[in-house]
Write a protein that binds this ligand. Structure first.
Ligand code: FAD
Length: 358
């Protein structure tokens, strides 16, 4: 059995930043990743840009320089993550999923893991869940959702050129799928369960663009509708009242493809099985925000995992969770880590000190 001091579960940006921070203090750790480093970004549509600017997603005090200084694409960020991993010789065990975490009577943890070909066990003094908050698409539970022309992951617009695409959703991902597809020669319709888009919750550049497209009728809008069935040739949309309940009217809309941009949800089952108390509808792990330690001593949460499913408001993302790394490293080692988040000279609004203060 392998022995380590800190087992980090999840090599997203925050798990990676924590690994680098522990490595800088010579604390033995293993960074387990069920898929590939930065798996989240490989699920993004090609050439999708961050909403955050580069300094907000920089890690471990290592700046991100780009020729154009605008927000990075997912692909550029993957390259940055790989570079950090090599630069700091991060002890990454990719394609190794943690399947169970058991606390032992002596206070240590046994982690059970699986690779494609074998099962392993690791003994660790501390465990950090940096498992993210976007594990799987939020299902609609309607007939036809599993058909091959239906997806929760927008694959980029080319696939839909000269076809009829229905995009379902009213937030940034839906707007991006609708606008990119329309611009790529797709006949786009948009279904949203509310009577109007909430432009204040859509990124300004997307809000302006979609407003223009809808006003000109270039994208057909079906407000106050929800899909209730998808067939190979149609989507059945039920009209809803202001409270979201159906009013009895249905529209059968022809569609060649359907993108269900209805959000993602976290899988908190591993935390629950490890004994962590999950609070409220969002199932946020119970933890002390000053240390990030949960109700299980020695077991911590970091990054978006700390917010559970975040169904009400997405407050935790990269730039607002760097301070989790600081709090965990300080609690475990007693030493305040520096070089977390962006370079100090950038002085962004989301340096961890400011996030902590708000
Ligand atoms: C289209 C889109 C645009 C976005 N834009 C932004 C933006 O502009 N700014 C921003 O800050 N955020 C943005 N986000 C959200 C961003 O992806 C998250 O904030 C970020 O990935 C969270 O980092 P994390 O390290 O907390 O978790 P993740 O990046 O989710 O990493 C968690 C990792 O844990 C691994 N894992 C899970 N369970 C296990 C297990 N049992 N064993 C081993 N490994 C496991 C997963 O495979 C995953 O790699 C966007 C998301 C989307 C979809």
């Amino acid at each position: 059995m392998t022995q380590t001091t800190v087992a980090i579960i999840g090599a997203g940006p925050i798990g990676l930043e924590l690994a680098i921070s522990l490595g800088r203090q010579n604390i033995p750790y293993i960074l387990f990743e069920a898929n590939q480093l930065g798996h989240e970004f490989s699920k993004w549509p090609p050439q999708t840009r961050f909403f955050s600017t580069p300094e907000h997603v920089a890690l471990a005090g290592v700046p991100i320089h780009t020729p154009d200084q605008i927000a990075l694409t997912g692909e550029q960020y993957e390259a940055y993550l790989r570079m950090l991993c090599e630069m700091f010789a991060v002890n990454l065990r990719n394609y190794e999923r943690i399947t169970a975490v058991h606390k032992q009577p002596d206070g240590q943890f046994i982690l059970h893991s699986r690779t494609r070909t074998a099962a392993h066990q690791t003994r660790a003094q501390y465990v950090v869940f940096a498992t993210g908050g976007l594990t799987r698409p939020r299902p609609l539970h309607i007939p036809g959702e599993e058909l091959p022309h239906v997806t929760h992951y927008f694959p980029g617009p080319h696939k839909y050129f000269r076809t009829r695409l229905l995009v379902v959703g009213g937030k940034n991902s839906a707007m991006e799928a609708a606008l990119r597809s329309w611009r790529a020669g797709v006949q786009v319709s948009l279904s949203y369960r509310r009577s109007a888009l909430n432009f204040e919750r859509i990124k300004p550049h997307l809000a302006m663009d979609i407003g223009d497209r809808l006003e000109k009728g270039e994208i057909t809008f079906y407000p106050s509708t929800v899909p209730i069935e998808i067939t190979p040739s149609h989507v059945v949309l039920a009209s809803t009242q202001e409270d979201g309940s159906p009013n009895g009217r249905v529209t059968r809309l022809p569609a060649d493809f359907v993108v269900l941009a209805t959000g993602f949800e976290a899988d908190m089952s591993l935390l629950a099985e490890a004994g962590v108390e999950l609070v409220g509808e969002e199932q946020a792990p119970q933890h002390n925000p000053d240390t990030m330690e949960t109700n299980i001593p020695g077991l911590f949460v970091a990054g978006t995992a700390a917010g559970g499913t975040q169904i009400h408001k997405f407050k935790l993302f990269i730039s607002t969770t760097h301070h989790h790394v600081v709090n965990i490293v300080r609690t475990i080692t007693g030493v305040e880590p520096t070089q977390v988040g962006t370079t100090t000279s950038r002085n962004t609004a989301a340096t961890y000190e400011e996030v902590k203060a708000n």
